[in-house]
Write a protein that binds this ligand. Structure first.
Ligand code: RP5
Length: 162
């Protein structure tokens, strides 16, 4: 079985519908990952343990999604040197602007690579994790190049009616 190099973590089961878009991309690109519920507020000890062991377990990127007062990506970045890619989950009350601001405004020293709000951000997080891994994995680099070329090829030159 392929070594797990990407961790997808999220604050709640309710985030999975969004975060699955990251998992789908990793599946398409043949990247092994794990998906876990790790809440900054509800399971802080789980968060700490995950961050403490992430590098030694061989993780090369962590995709962290949360909504509202979304502290998970930033707290994870404070606990591990493994690059953290943050996904602001869209909320009902503030449409995810709360999540975005919570994730993007990190103080100097502990960066979180922050994606767009919602499903597009989650999919891009998968692509970003793959791009990080591709710098040391030629076969994955080829698969990522092919994925990007296929996307470009799927865009028509002219708009169609209807
Ligand atoms: C955050 O609160 C989670 O990341 C989720 O986006 C949000 C709502 O969680 P639930 O109340 O649906 O569990 O911690």
């Amino acid at each position: 079985m392929a070594e797990i190099t990407v961790g997808i973590i999220m604050g709640s089961q309710s985030d999975w519908a969004t975060m699955k878009k990251a998992a789908d991309i990793l599946d398409e690109l043949g990247v092994a990952y794990e998906a876990k519920i790790v809440s900054a507020h509800r399971t802080p000890d789980r968060l700490w343990e995950y961050g403490k062991t992430a590098a030694d377990r061989g993780l090369k990127a962590i995709i962290a999604g949360a909504g509202g007062a979304a502290h998970l990506p930033g707290m994870m970045a404070s606990k591990t040197r493994v690059p953290v890619i943050g996904v602001p989950v869209q909320t009902r009350a503030l449409s995810g602007v709360d999540s975005l601001y919570s994730i993007v405004q990190m103080p100097k020293g502990f960066p979180v690579a922050t994606m767009a709000i919602g499903e597009a951000g989650a999919a891009n997080a998968g692509l970003m994790a793959a791009a990080i891994l591709a710098s040391g994995d030629a076969a994955l680099a080829d698969r990522l190049d092919a994925w990007r070329a296929a996307l470009s090829a799927s865009i028509p030159e002219e708009p169609q009616d209807g």
